[in-house]
Design a protein. Structure first.
Length: 336
């Protein structure tokens, strides 16, 4: 039994050694997965290893933080998406098209106030809606906001911050090919103040200005300012700076940056506790191994003793015969 148990230990030790080699191989080549993607055995070991790694380093508090970060980012971007969607729905409405067509016949734009109320009045930060001719003269204005025209080119939709407003501008394809632009204006402050509702340190960087919801060290922003046009996660010490470029209809509006802790004290305690439990389990296995070996030896000794006792019971004269033979040999030697 002891030999079988030791053979089992050798096989188990070999498997563990191969597992460690595969883990080292995986960690050193994970940047180039093609090196091991064809090896099914390594793939299975990888899944097993990642499960163990996930158990040790899984952090519910960090997961909650990242989920909150993603939620905050989506809610902020959704402001622009909602405004853009409402704007598009308005100018694509058949009633709007008909009102524009009639306006060219009557030389007066009417009948779109209710449509603007329907599509834009409840949009985040909505302030005004205008229709301009090719010389940027105002043909129609819903509210009383001062419009500051800016040079723009191309037929695509333009979205940008200008002065104290956020503008959506589009060349409108009207029934008689008369060149006009439709413009929706939104209160910049109403949009920007949304970042104040984000519980993490947050900044929003446009082409003209920087907005933030708390005191953020200028060094931090300067260190990532060149990275803001791409989605990135940058670790600096115990914090993570996650950059979310806001791009709507191919318009780069700005970049949202959210700063949050990489690990909380609770997270560190959880990881240390898990590592302690694993070390404790390894210690228990080592102690159990020694106890099992001692137990097997003890069982073997008991079995051997019982075997001898059984032989003595079955052959009670053997010991006497052996003594007689020894005495006979001794007497024979004395006579000689």
């Amino acid at each position: 039994m002891l030999k079988i148990y030791r053979l089992f230990k050798i096989i188990a030790g070999t498997i563990i050694l191969l597992f460690i080699i595969a883990v080292v191989f995986y960690e050193s080549t994970r940047e180039n997965p093609s090196l091991y993607s064809e090896i099914k055995e390594v793939k299975g070991i990888e899944n097993f290893y990642l499960s163990i790694k996930g158990f040790i380093f899984y952090d519910p508090y960090y997961t909650e933080i990242t989920e909150e970060v993603d939620k905050s980012q989506k809610e902020f971007v959704n402001i622009f998406l909602t405004n853009m969607q409402n704007f598009s729905n308005l100018i694509q409405d058949k009633k709007f098209y008909n009102a524009i067509f009639i306006s060219f016949l009557s030389n007066k734009i009417t009948g779109i106030d209710n449509l603007i109320k329907q599509y834009l009045e409840n949009a985040p930060g909505f302030r005004d809606f205008l229709i301009l001719d090719k010389k940027k003269n105002i043909l129609y204005q819903y509210g009383k906001t001062t419009y500051i025209p800016v040079n723009e080119s191309g037929d695509s939709t333009i979205m940008r911050f200008v002065s104290n407003s956020f503008q959506i501008i589009e060349n409108y394809k009207n029934p008689i090919d008369y060149e006009i632009k439709v413009v929706a204006l939104f209160d910049k402050e109403e949009i920007i103040k949304k970042i104040k509702n984000i519980k993490f340190k947050t900044f929003f960087l446009t082409e003209q200005e920087l907005y933030k919801n708390s005191e953020i060290e200028s060094d931090i922003i300067q260190s990532v300012i060149s990275e803001t046009t791409n989605k990135k996660k940058i670790e600096q010490g115990g914090t993570i700076i996650e950059i979310f470029p806001v791009v709507i209809s191919q318009n780069y509006i700005g970049s949202l940056g959210i700063i949050y802790p990489s690990r909380s004290p609770k997270s560190i305690i959880i990881v240390i506790s898990k590592l302690f439990l694993i070390l404790l389990a390894i210690g228990i296995l080592i102690i159990s191994d020694r106890l099992i070996e001692k137990l097997i030896k003890k069982v073997k000794e008991i079995q051997e003793r019982k075997r001898k006792e059984k032989m003595e019971i079955e052959n009670p004269d053997i010991e006497g015969t052996i003594n007689w033979i020894e005495n006979y040999i001794q007497k024979t030697e004395e006579k000689k």
